[in-house]
Design a binder for this molecule. Structure first.
Ligand code: HAM
Length: 430
């Protein structure tokens, strides 16, 4: 026997029955981003490796350890995108978008790839929904972007999520903070976990969000980045908070929020859910301002701010909510005899054209077995089509949740089904 081939570890299949909740999140995002004037952008799954090295940063875990990098047949180093911000910026620069309009608002959704240690809510192919606003330096843009996320989460019905904000300063004030942090962490080196002792050399900011309790205690007592902000950065952060107040958005200031990507300047933020279903993967989304990235990638001096949400994690939370997202059929058509099979096929086709969701078993079989399938399908009504119905042009709609059959003319099935008030779904047989 041939050996079975499995999917790649950390990369999941999404099958019908499960995909509906994903489609709900995606369509909610499209509607909402549209309201805020964000247009969709689709970039390739693969980019020049240098794009991520120069934006996300060589010393980050994402670029240093987690990228799927390979050489193509032409000897170029390419990487599966680990995130969407750098590819969108690359496209923005490549298409000279800043010459065409001063402010651009884009969103994207799709798979990202990181070779991470897997657990609940952390995968190697995962999905992000993100948005980027280019061209506005003002705190109002940061606030508007957070408002998009807040309204998106509201529309999904996810309310148990906390917005954390921080400012990482800019090239003017961050070096002093950085130096102080390194000095402090070096003095507490022995108390840090092995990973953090390495981080201290390569990317000391990352020590601040280590999950190890001892490291957290060291970080908590360390220098506070907000006390190092220069005047313009402080004013930006203060005004942002005022604007969040204007919008009625609740937040907490968390001076240890640093994020795992190197491109941020000033504002950073994360949306953290408190549901146990996510375990330690509780950050459902995050983002921040990256005013230097465009120039660093050889583009114009255009400021930007953006975020990305983890679709897999939003789906985990929604599934916990117990809501169903699958749309049940309006009608199951069963045929009473083999001679009615063609008429059943044609009736199903016509009713679908008329807009009904119709289930019909193309295998035929006994009426009893078809009725079992009708039960399992969760359809609202079943219509049995036999010789008598075909001759008289009259049939009955059997409500699957119970109740009296409803007489119906075969040429007005769609209208009759639509006229019936929605009853609770018949529990599908398992
Ligand atoms: P990030 O924090 O690396 O930011 O990812 C954003 C979100 O993607 C996370 O909060 C999480 O929900 C989800 N995520 C990340 N890694 C995984 C994984 N392995 N499995 C499942 N979900 C995951 C960015 O990617 C930035 N590009 C965000 C941004 C946009 N900043 C500015 N603009």
């Amino acid at each position: 026997m041939s050996q079975k081939i499995n999917g790649v570890k950390g990369m999941n299949d999404l099958l019908p029955g499960e995909i509906e909740v994903w489609q709900f999140v995606e369509s909610t995002a499209r509607t909402l981003f549209g309201r805020f004037g964000y247009g969709e952008v689709r970039t390739p799954m693969v980019e020049d490796t240098a794009l991520f090295v120069r934006s996300v940063g060589e010393e980050t875990d994402i670029v240093g350890k987690e990228m799927y990098t390979f050489e193509d047949k032409g000897g170029r180093s390419l990487s599966l995108r680990p995130e969407g911000t750098a590819p969108a910026a690359r496209a923005y620069i490549e298409h000279s978008v800043s010459n065409q309009e001063p402010v651009s608002r884009w969103f994207y959704m799709g798979p990202m790839f990181r070779y991470e240690r897997m657990k609940t809510g952390r995968y190697r192919q995962f999905y992000q929904i993100g948005a980027e606003a280019y061209g506005a330096r003002e705190p109002a843009q940061d606030a508007e972007l957070m408002d998009v996320v807040v309204q998106f989460l509201e529309a999904l019905g996810l309310t148990d999520v906390t917005l954390n904000i921080n400012s990482l300063g800019d090239d003017n004030c961050r070096p002093a903070y950085h130096a102080k942090l390194v000095e402090y962490l070096n003095a507490h080196r022995e108390e840090l976990c092995a990973d953090c002792q390495q981080r201290l050399e390569r990317n000391p900011l990352r020590v601040l969000d280590c999950k190890n309790e001892k490291c957290q205690a060291v970080a908590a007592a360390g220098p506070n980045v907000l006390e190092f902000l220069c005047e313009p950065c402080r004013a930006h952060f203060t005004d942002l908070q005022r604007k969040l107040g204007v919008l009625g958005i609740k937040y907490v200031v968390n001076h240890r929020l640093v994020r795992g990507l190197d491109y941020y300047t000033r504002t950073v933020f994360e949306f953290i859910a408190s549901h146990p279903a996510l375990g330690t993967a509780s950050t459902v989304g995050g983002g921040g301002r990256y005013d230097k990235m465009m120039k660093g990638l050889g583009g114009p001096d255009v400021p930007a701010v953006g975020f990305a949400m983890g679709l897999d994690r939003l789906v985990l939370l929604l599934k916990e909510g117990g809501k169903t997202f699958t749309q049940r059929p309006d009608l199951f058509i069963a045929v009473a005899d083999e001679g009615s099979q063609d008429a059943g096929l044609a009736l199903a086709s016509r009713l679908r054209r008329e807009g009904l969701k119709v289930d019909f078993d193309t295998r035929g079989g006994s009426l009893k077995s078809q009725m079992k399938r009708a039960d399992k399908s969760g359809a609202r009504f079943t219509l049995v089509l036999g010789e008598q119905e075909r001759q008289s042009g009259q049939a009955k709609l059997k409500p699957m949740a119970g109740g009296e059959p409803i007489p119906v003319a075969l040429d007005s099935v769609a209208a009759t089904v639509r006229a019936q008030p929605e009853a609770p779904a018949a529990a599908p047989a398992s």
